[in-house]
Write a protein that binds this ligand. Sequence first.
Ligand SMILES: Cc1cc2nc3c(=O)[nH]c(=O)nc-3n(C[C@H](O)[C@H](O)[C@H](O)COP(=O)(O)OP(=O)(O)OC[C@H]3O[C@@H](n4cnc5c(N)ncnc54)[C@H](O)[C@@H]3O)c2cc1C
Length: 408
Amino acid sequence: MTVAVFGAGPAGLMAAEVLSEAGEAVEVFDGMASAGRKFLLAGRGGLNLTHSEPFDAFASRYGARQEEVAAWLRAFDAQAVRDWAQGLGIATFVGTSGRVFPVDMKASPLLRAWLHRLRAKGVQFHMRHRFTGWTADGALRVTSPQGEAPVRAQAVVLALGGASWSRLGSDGAWVPVLQQRGVAVAPLLPSNCGFDVRGGWSDYFMTRFAGHPFKSVAIRFGAFHRKGEFVATATGVEGSLVYAVSAALRDEIGRHGSAAFELDLLPEHAADQVEREVARPRGSRSLATHLKSRLGLDGIKLALLHELLPHEALRDPVRLAAAIKALPVTVTAPRPIDEAISSAGGVRLEALDEQLMVRALPGVFCAGEMLDWEAPTGGYLLTACFASGRVAGRGALNFVRAGQNLVR
Ligand SMILES: Cc1cc2nc3c(=O)[nH]c(=O)nc-3n(C[C@H](O)[C@H](O)[C@H](O)COP(=O)(O)OP(=O)(O)OC[C@H]3O[C@@H](n4cnc5c(N)ncnc54)[C@H](O)[C@@H]3O)c2cc1C
């Protein structure tokens, strides 16, 4: 074999595709019984392949790593993702939010067509084969149900994913293996994750509202200010709007032990309008009836006001109106990485050259979520995995074409 690819997720499969299209002998190894488990899960809620916004805005979603990721995207951008899917017979469409989905929203037809095309190009798959490091004489150490057998290749692409949803195969067990080889790895952290609220919810709120959505609300936290939706959980909050601010909340918790965001329960109402309506005399009507009839505020939103505000504030129209527009919600911990949509941290980009080859391990390339970048949901995760997979695949191709060999 010329190139061994470890990890049959979107990044590894892309690397295998580049190499096999160039006519190289590629073998793909994965610890799970079948390929692309997380990719298939991603398809369950509607596979968001990429985003249709302009290139610069798109690249900015990668925050501190936008420059490096933009270089990968120049090789394979959002339009390239759509063309590639079309090439597999999967038409895509742009949703109202600018997000791009397959017409049928699913991942399985796309993955099936992709694996079929890869096999037709000669890519060989070895499932239930885990990469565990290197042998003393420098071969790749691989364990399978048959035991351990060394694998030799001219170059290797590692696309082993992050550490969320470990039951789907990506468990981050590669971190110490690479660190032992002198590769700098930033700790894997939850990204696009939920949070626990300070002190937990009261029993009443948890039993009555866990799983219920906050619709049409807005979150303000530092420079972040956005409308959207999220969900109350048994211990806190999760969902798209919370994921969007999750990196900033997580980092603030890392620095100070907690983070407080402001929740606008009525973003469609101006502050003075809310104040006016709350202050209207309510006679013998209850506060709940008053807020419902004047502002349409009820259910989980009203319950949250009761949950977080002291009695005096609920009775004071000025304080109550202010809280409706900017209710401080304090979170003290991100949920565990295993529950997160994705991982932050990973192989530091400084440890790699521009072809994504590990500087300390010539012939070893890395791609996908195992690299140290993060992005919000919106198709940015998959696009960077695809794009980095292509860069690493091309890097491995250049490496073997130059007649070089894995040096360990
Ligand atoms: C619920 C959910 C929904 C999501 N929805 C979206 C979405 O709509 N849009 C989007 O852009 N992103 C989405 N994502 C994120 C996206 O799925 C991931 O970012 C992407 O799959 C990462 O690709 P990857 O190839 O880097 O890693 P992975 O897909 O994690 O693949 C890595 C592979 O490596 C294998 N592996 C790991 N360790 C070893 C080892 N030691 N030896 C051999 N094999 C190993 C694993 O079994 C796995 O198959 C979602 C994620 C989740 C959890």
